[in-house]
Design a protein around this ligand. Structure first.
Ligand code: KG4
Ligand code: ZN
Length: 341
């Protein structure tokens, strides 16, 4: 089965083609970062408008890359949520319209299921079961994954997501938007010992996270220590160390609690080099396998949506005809069921 995937949940417009027999055939992406940069964050209305402008040309490009005319596509998967509602509706409408014109099924995919299954596009893919750490701009959660659609949330952030904390801290350090990668670059020149920031919620049992307090700690550090270039780099490093420490501690706990031998780290923050180094060391010690998507598939992309959608479309999910376009700004991962059920 050949599936066209469409992603428009936030500020990346993306299209991809995945074939259940031959794998990923094409994928392309347009980042709206420059559109939102001058506003210091994503402006939902601008995001929707830019998706409208860019989505059809990107779909054409992905189909060409995959050498797959629209006539060869058997189903269309689009991100239904969670995300910005207006942005989701752009992808959903285009997907439903195209599917209807071809008489093929369209299916709304859960964005976080896409992130969670993204490592399946790599060699070797992780086998089930695994523990997944999902760390994106909107979510931070630990999930026990027994199979596709069989998810138990072990813990999640009670306030900011890890990526959000990176972005807000980057803003405090005047690093612009998007802040995560810029903050990670600045941290490379920083001294990890100079600022010892808090590791929230690691001193008690449990697998939930909290990152909002770190922002305040950074604010105080900037106020008290000044903002010469070296100090800023040291603060960035101290912040990154704290987040990476918290994520590593909680992953270790989740692995020990579940007895699982495989860990998947996915979502935008999964691109962070320091996080990968620390996870590798922990996994070595626990004799656990760690799987990541390639860097380009840690952040938002359509390949993961095409893959997740293909699992479900192949099991008979999806609807043909003029089904209502149904974006969901919020959508608990635990509402999902195994494909076809
Ligand atoms: O998964 P994603 O593209 O979008 C959401 O679904 O939210 O994640 C984006 C987040 C942003 O907060 C961004 O700052 C963060 O991932 N991010 C990083 C890095 N690359 C992206 N955070 C830390 N280090 C990075 N290298
Ligand atoms: Zn995402």
């Amino acid at each position: 089965m050949r599936v066209l995937g469409i992603e428009t949940s936030c500020d990346e417009t993306a299209a991809a083609v995945y074939d259940t027999a031959s794998g990923l055939l094409g994928h392309c992406l347009y980042s709206q970062a420059s559109v939102h940069a001058e506003h210091g964050g994503v402006v939902p209305e601008l995001a929707s408008r830019d998706h409208v402008r860019k989505l059809l040309p990107l779909i054409r490009e992905a189909l060409e890359q995959a050498d797959s005319p629209l006539e060869s596509i058997d189903g269309i998967a689009y991100t239904r949520g969670p995300g910005l509602l207006g942005a989701l509706l752009v992808g959903g409408s285009v997907a439903r319209g195209l599917a209807m014109s071809r008489g093929i099924p369209a299916l709304g995919v859960h964005h976080m299921e896409g992130h969670l299954l993204a490592p399946m596009l790599e060699e070797p893919p992780p086998a089930f079961p695994f523990v997944a750490l999902l760390v994106s701009g909107g979510h931070t959660m630990l999930v026990d994954v027994a199979g596709t659609g069989r998810y138990e949330v072990l813990g999640e952030s009670v306030d900011d997501a890890a990526g959000e904390a990176f972005d807000k801290t980057a803003q405090l350090l005047d690093l612009g938007y998007p802040g995560g990668p810029a903050l990670a670059r600045l941290a490379e020149d920083g001294d990890p010992e100079r600022f010892r920031l808090p590791r929230p919620m690691t001193d008690r049992a449990g697998l939930d996270f909290s990152f909002s307090g770190l922002k305040t700690a950074v604010l105080h550090a900037v106020r008290d220590a000044g903002d010469d270039p070296q100090t800023r780099a040291d603060i960035a490093r101290g912040f990154e160390e704290a987040v990476v420490d918290v994520l590593t501690i909680k992953c270790r706990r989740a692995l020990e609690k579940s007895g699982c031998r495989r860990l998947v780290v996915a979502g935008g923050v999964g691109a962070n080099t320091r996080l990968r180094e620390r996870m590798a060391a922990m996994a070595d010690e626990l004799e656990v396998e760690v799987h990541y998507p390639r860097i380009a598939f840690c952040t938002d992309n359509a390949a993961m949506i095409a893959y997740a959608g293909a699992q479900r479309l192949a099991a008979g999910e999806g609807t043909c005809g003029a089904a209502e376009v149904d974006g969901r700004a919020r959508w608990p991962l635990t509402e999902l069921r195994p494909p076809g059920m």
